[in-house]
Design a protein. Structure first.
Length: 531
């Protein structure tokens, strides 16, 4: 799509207005308002009289948006351009110790590359690619930036082209690798849309749970049933989440998620039930799965539970409360947390939340000073000074109860208290760089109750901007997200709030020792005597 200079200017002005009205702090990442608007002026001055294409405008704006240093704020191609992003490099990567290593290949002749670390792509050193990625998409910490780079290789070829500073992607790319024996190898790896063969990864000798249609599952990892593993690969498909969405009237907008999940449960030839209630009943329930797990652990008097969140990029965080109920009891579900958020209300916020109006009493105080709502922060400061009051406990109870009342499957359980604090073994949370969003909320919830962590640091920062508002620019139709909350899980610990390091960190040497078993993290947990 070609834009006139005037159209491009108007889109840039629209983006700047959205950012400055909606984001809690669009300036600090760039060094302040002066630096922010200097960059805007530079972009405007670079526009040609002949105009610009939407792709060229995207390339101009990506470094600007990335400069906010917020992983949840980003700009993307227009929706009808997404098919261009299907081109990829045919190696799969995982992250350890801020390095990329080959986790899977797609040609038999590449099998020897499994476990190899990336040295360079087309002569550009890995460290330089990491640095270039920082200027293309926002990130909260080093691991988020690495995830962005990983996705550039396997999902978004537009990023890869910008990293390499090319116009088109050739049919293969030249890679330099360090093999597991520390020798170097140069190789041509195919790129494109068509997969060159079956996915090949190292074999595993580790038992792991079979996943249900909600992508959750559990099993024991030893014959004595002393170590159980709960695996959660997504928090976007369990019944309680769909019940909540149905309760707030959001389910119609996300019905495809429900239908896809139900389709996994039903035989292929059987049609979907017409009534939403009947479809919801077919979706696997987190409450029922945990009831089975804790019943089995209670009977076996299991000592340790591994909560495997390595593959979970998030979803909705109600699972945190459900799991805490079974582990720590009803009181933990309604507890006042040592954290706070500062939301910012803006015209974009109200345009996307039609049931909320600027004239509503709850927004009046915030809108008198830029839309910032400091209620939660002030409450945290009062707790630090005076302790948790009965009034705060009651407010936290009522706020959480509003959510639980919309999830009848969990509501029935928590009202009966049949499985409250059913069994409380030692808990270890397994993480990867991908463990983020709602999965990170589960991780924090368990940490606050004494759980240990093992794996690779999460891309998610505990203190970060969250909860994105979507937007679309008028002429180019470039789209994206802008965070509207400042959230602090570790208000008194900014270092931990930036990067949460596991108690036991997975290293490349661990992987080498276990021959790059995809479940080395599980094996490592089993080898720790205190776990």
């Amino acid at each position: 799509m070609h834009l006139s200079k005037r159209e491009a200017q108007e889109d840039i002005a629209q983006l700047v207005q959205l950012l400055t009205e909606s984001h809690p702090d669009p300036y600090s990442g760039m060094g302040g308002p002066l630096a922010f608007h200097r960059e805007v002026a530079h972009i405007l001055d670079s526009l040609s009289e002949e105009g610009i294409t939407d792709t060229q405008l995207l390339r101009l704006l990506r470094p600007f948006v990335a400069g906010i240093h917020d992983g949840h704020t980003a700009i993307f191609p227009r929706s009808d351009a997404e098919e261009k992003e299907a081109v990829r490099l045919w190696l799969d990567w995982e992250i350890v110790e801020e390095q990329f290593y080959v986790a899977a290949v797609y040609r038999e002749e590449d099998r020897s590359l499994l476990g190899a670390r990336l040295k360079a792509v087309e002569g550009i050193a890995f460290a330089e690619l990491v640095e270039r990625m920082k200027h293309l998409k926002g990130y909260d910490n080093a691991y988020w930036n690495l995830i962005n780079l990983k996705f550039a290789f396997i999902i978004d070829s537009l990023f890869l082209l910008e990293l390499l500073q090319w116009e088109d992607l050739p049919q293969s790319l030249h890679l330099s690798l360090w093999l597991p024996d520390d020798s170097e190898q140069d190789i041509e790896i195919p790129s494109g849309v068509v997969c060159p063969g079956e996915r090949i990864e190292p074999p595993t000798r580790t038992p792991t749970p079979t996943l249900n249609a909600a992508e959750m599952g559990w099993c024991f990892l030893d014959e004595q049933k002393q170590v159980a593993c709960l695996r959660v690969d997504t928090l976007m498909r369990y019944r309680e989440m769909f019940e909540f969405w149905d309760g707030i009237g959001y389910l119609s907008s996300s019905i495809k998620w429900l239908d896809e999940t139900v389709r996994r449960v039903l035989p292929e030839e059987k049609p979907l039930p017409e009534r939403v209630e009947d479809r919801l009943a077919l979706v696997p329930s987190a409450t029922e799965l945990l009831r089975d797990l804790f019943g089995a652990m209670c009977q076996a008097r299991t000592l340790s539970l591994l909560v495997d969140l390595r593959a979970c990029p998030g979803g909705t965080s109600f699972f945190n409360e459900i799991l805490k109920y079974f582990l720590y009891g009803t009181e933990s579900v309604f507890e006042v947390e040592d954290s706070y958020q500062v939301p910012r209300y803006s015209p974009l916020f109200f345009s996307l939340h039609e049931n909320k109006k600027p004239e509503d009493p709850e927004f009046q105080n915030a809108l008198m000073h830029g839309g910032y709502d400091f209620t939660d922060e002030n409450g945290w400061k009062e707790r630090k000074r005076d302790g948790i009051t009965a009034q705060e406990k009651e407010r936290a109870y009522q706020d959480m109860k509003k959510y639980i009342d919309l999830m009848p499957t969990f509501l029935r359980e928590i009202e009966s208290r049949e499985w409250e604090k059913a069994w409380t073994p030692r808990v270890t949370v397994l993480t990867s760089a991908m463990t983020s969003s709602a999965a990170f909320t589960v991780l924090i919830g368990l940490l606050r109750h004494g759980a240990k962590t093992l794996g690779v640091p999460s891309m998610q920062a505990g203190n970060c901007f969250i909860d994105a508002l979507s937007f679309k620019l008028a002429h180019s139709e470039l789209q994206g997200h802008i965070s509207y909350k400042w959230s602090l899980s570790f208000p008194d610990d900014p270092e931990r709030g930036k990067l949460l390091r596991p108690d036991y960190e997975l290293t490349y040497q661990h992987l080498l020792k276990h021959q790059f078993d995809p479940h080395t993290t599980v094996q490592l947990a089993l080898e720790q005597p205190e776990i």
